[in-house]
Design a protein around this ligand. Structure first.
Ligand code: SF4
Length: 188
């Protein structure tokens, strides 16, 4: 039986490292990545994370489709306030766009590296992805990848990938008290 063509939404290189390693170990998948994260602000930060995904693609020998869309103004104008509402929108826009792209480009299956992160609302990500895959008529490959998070992150560190200091959007940047948070003055 031939491997299943799977489109993996990649939120960042450190998370995708563990997911790709797990899926490769499982076998049965021909993985293509999809970098679509308009929630990562500003463009400078988005580029840093995107560049690490490029390095990951080379290291893992996988093809990745990239989107350069950054929606900082949308976030600022529409999503200030309750974290739950903005994260809900954030998961939805990324997962739906990725599942739609998978269906339109002949992929048989879909998954997302968001499922490895202990920092994200795992059950919400799962529900949104299930609904999106049903809508676009594509198989959702669900796994709770969280036990592989630490191992993947260590490997990402070893490979020299960029390790972000905040979730992604301008609001999470403001909320982060990480000592090594980059200083951004231009929010475009
Ligand atoms: S905190 Fe993270 S998941 Fe929530 S809206 Fe911001 S970038 Fe998206």
């Amino acid at each position: 039986m031939s491997d299943k063509k799977l489109l993996l939404h990649i939120c960042c290189a450190p998370c995708a490292t563990g997911v790709i390693q797990k899926l490769k170990n499982d076998g049965g998948f021909l993985i293509t990545g999809y970098y679509y994260n308009p929630n990562i602000h500003p463009t400078e930060e988005n580029n840093a994370r995107r560049n690490s995904v490029k390095a990951l693609a080379e290291d893992e020998n996988i093809h990745v489709i990239y989107s350069d869309l950054v929606m900082v103004n949308y976030w600022k104008e529409n999503l200030e306030g309750k974290k739950e509402r903005r994260c809900n929108f954030c998961y939805s826009i990324r997962i739906n766009q990725a599942a739609k792209t998978a269906a339109e480009n002949g992929f048989e299956a879909f998954s997302t590296s968001l499922l490895i992160s202990p920092w994200q609302d795992h059950e919400k990500v799962r529900r949104i992805a299930e609904t999106a895959c049903k809508k676009y008529g594509i198989e959702f490959v669900y796994q709770d990848f969280r036990p592989f998070y630490r191992q993947g992150k260590n490997e990402a560190y070893r490979r020299g990938y960029y390790l972000q200091k905040y979730c992604g959007c301008i609001f999470s940047y403001n909320e982060s008290d990480h000592k090594k948070k980059p200083i951004y003055t231009h929010w475009d």
